[in-house]
Every structure is written in structure tokens, then in C-alpha cells.
Design a protein around this ligand. Structure first.
Ligand SMILES: Nc1ncnc2c1ncn2[C@@H]1O[C@H](COP(=O)(O)OP(=O)(O)OP(=O)(O)O)[C@@H](O)[C@H]1O
Length: 284
């Protein structure tokens, strides 16, 4: 599995308060904005780019192709993937090691771009948005968790959970809204069972606790979709089950759409639906 770094997960440099250099400041309720609103804020010439596709499907892709180059040779990984994901659905993507599960997840999350085909979110095409728009889209609407957590070791659990807000806001606007972000972070700490670990550094947490902290961090800005790459892959069975219970509760309680990649049939069995990748296509 490829392991994107923290910057590629969030689309922004670590901890440095940042937004697209030429973009106006996001509004306080940016998490509830539509993509069109995001585009207005970014003031990028997106009218021809953001083509409404269909509102019935929350997220999906059409005829998605992706190859990686090894020297002069292109190695095809995805060979025409069509996938529709509905709001509030939990979907597991399974398949043999190396079949392209993480690649597909990264394309859905706009961490990478396809060679062909389209990725859609809330009726709009998103794979060809300008990089700054994709960064903001990820920061505002997609929560991402990975097998190896990617918590920042020098920050406490609470600070790690707050990190997406540092990134989304300027220093001034973060400080103006600091108390509401902290309230949300403490709610999430309780939700994932880490209320007693707020001041602990990642090295003082178990693997399951680190993953639950990563889940809380992914949810800080109330994303609409959680993209999870082997969320329990580094955990023992009972800890993995606890993490899955947390995800199931979030799926039910916050109507969170969850797309996860897993090797584990038990984990896949917890999802509403499973799709299997075989030879770069969805089987069946
Ligand atoms: N950045 C990259 N450059 C070159 N090849 C890559 C890159 N990322 C992935 N690959 C290759 O693409 C194929 C699919 O990788 P991917 O990580 O998507 O598979 P996977 O199904 O998630 O695998 P696993 O279950 O082992 O994590 C693999 O053969 C991998 O070596």
C-alpha cells in the first residue's frame, strides 16, 4: 500500500496556517457549503470545470483509468472503474494485494489524478479541479484515515485533532473560533473514547488509540465522506473491532458516508456493501 504523507492527506503543509494564496478567507460555516460556494470563494474559472453530473449519487467515478510508470513502461492498475456511492452508505473495497484498492481510494479522494475517466462528488466532476480547489475540497468535505495514523508526534492528541482547523483557517480566524473548534474536538475525543487522553502525545497511545485519534482528527471539520485505507490493518482483532464499532456509530449518527479499503473479510462484512477489484476492474 502506498503511504501518503500528512501533507498529501490534508492538501496543505503541516500545521502552517494556510489557504490558497490568492483565495479569499473561507466563511465560518465552510463545512456546510456546496462545491459551487467553494468555487466562488476560490474565484477560479471553474464554470466549465464543475459540470453537474447527477445529484442522486453522493460520490462516484466513471471509466477510471490509472497507470504508474516504471521507466519507459506504463503499468496499468485501474482499467475502467465505474462506481456509485450513496449518501450515508458504508462501502468496502476489497481485492488481492496490489490490485489497486489504495489507488482507487486516492483517486476518489483527489489525492491523485486519473489518466482517464472522471470522479464525481455531489453531482460535480472533481478530478479535474485546480489543485487549490481539490485541497480545499479535501480539507472541508473529505476525512481521511490511513493504516499508519500519520499523527504528528510533537503534538498532543487534542492538538492533532485540531490540526485540520489550523490548516483551514488563518491564524486570526482560528483564534477567533478557537473555542468552538475545541468544543468539537472534545466532543470527538469522547465519541472515540479518548476523553482521558487529550494531553497525551502519540507515543503514549496504543495503536487503537492512535487510530481513534486519527478518526477524530478526520471528523473535526464535519466531512461528508470518510475515506479509510486499511483503518484496522495495523491493529489486533479486538482493537480493530473497537475501531469498526466507532466507525459504525459515526456512520449511523452523523450519516457519514464511509469508503474503506480492507484485506479483512470480517471488516468488509461490517460495511453495507462490498466491491471487489480484479485485474483493474470491479468484479461482478
Ligand atoms: N506511486 C506509485 N508508483 C508506482 N507504482 C505504484 C505507486 N503506487 C502504487 N503502485 C503500484 O500500483 C499497484 C497498486 O497499488 P495499490 O497500493 O493501489 O494496491 P492495493 O490493492 O492497495 O495493495 P495492498 O492491498 O497491498 O495495499 C501496485 O502494483 C503498486 O506497486
Amino acid at each position: 500500500m502506498s503511504r501518503p504523507n500528512y501533507e498529501s492527506q490534508t492538501g496543505a503543509p503541516m500545521i502552517t496556517p494556510r489557504r490558497a494564496a490568492d483565495a479569499p478567507r473561507p466563511t465560518p460555516h465552510a463545512d456546510s457549503r456546496t462545491l459551487a460556494d467553494l468555487q466562488r470563494h476560490l474565484q477560479t474559472p471553474v464554470a466549465p470545470v464543475l459540470t453537474p453530473v447527477s445529484n442522486a449519487i453522493h460520490m462516484g467515478c466513471r471509466n477510471l483509468f490509472k497507470s504508474y510508470r516504471k521507466g519507459a513502461i506504463g503499468i496499468p492498475v485501474l482499467r475502467g472503474i465505474d462506481l456509485d456511492i450513496h449518501e450515508g452508505e458504508s462501502l468496502a473495497i476489497v481485492g488481492q494485494s496490489g490490485c489497486g484498492k489504495s489507488t482507487l481510494l486516492h483517486l476518489l479522494g483527489t489525492l491523485d489524478q486519473p489518466d482517464g475517466g472522471e470522479v464525481h462528488f455531489e453531482g460535480h466532476r472533481i478530478d479535474n479541479l485546480p489543485a487549490a480547489s481539490r485541497d480545499m475540497l479535501r480539507n472541508r468535505h473529505f476525512g481521511m484515515i490511513f493504516q499508519f495514523y500519520h499523527l504528528l508526534p510533537e503534538l498532543t492528541t487534542l492538538e492533532n485533532i485540531l490540526a485540520p482547523a489550523f490548516i483551514a483557517e488563518s491564524t486570526l480566524s482560528y483564534w477567533m473560533r478557537r473555542s468552538s473548534y475545541r468544543r468539537r474536538a472534545f466532543e470527538l475525543l469522547e465519541l472515540v473514547g479518548l476523553g482521558h487522553r487529550a494531553k497525551h502525545k502519540p507515543r503514549e497511545l496504543s495503536g487503537g488509540e492512535m487510530q481513534r485519534a486519527a478518526i477524530a482528527r478526520a471528523l473535526l471539520l464535519k466531512p461528508k465522506v470518510l475515506l479509510a485505507d486499511e483503518p484496522t490493518g495495523n491493529l489486533d482483532r479486538s482493537t480493530g473491532e473497537a475501531v469498526m464499532k466507532t466507525l459504525a456509530e459515526l456512520n449511523a449518527r452523523e450519516k457519514l458516508t464511509i469508503v474503506m479499503v480492507t484485506h479483512d473479510p470480517w471488516i468488509a462484512g461490517q460495511a453495507d456493501r462490498t466491491v471487489k477489484l480484479v485485474e483493474g476492474r470491479i468484479a461482478g
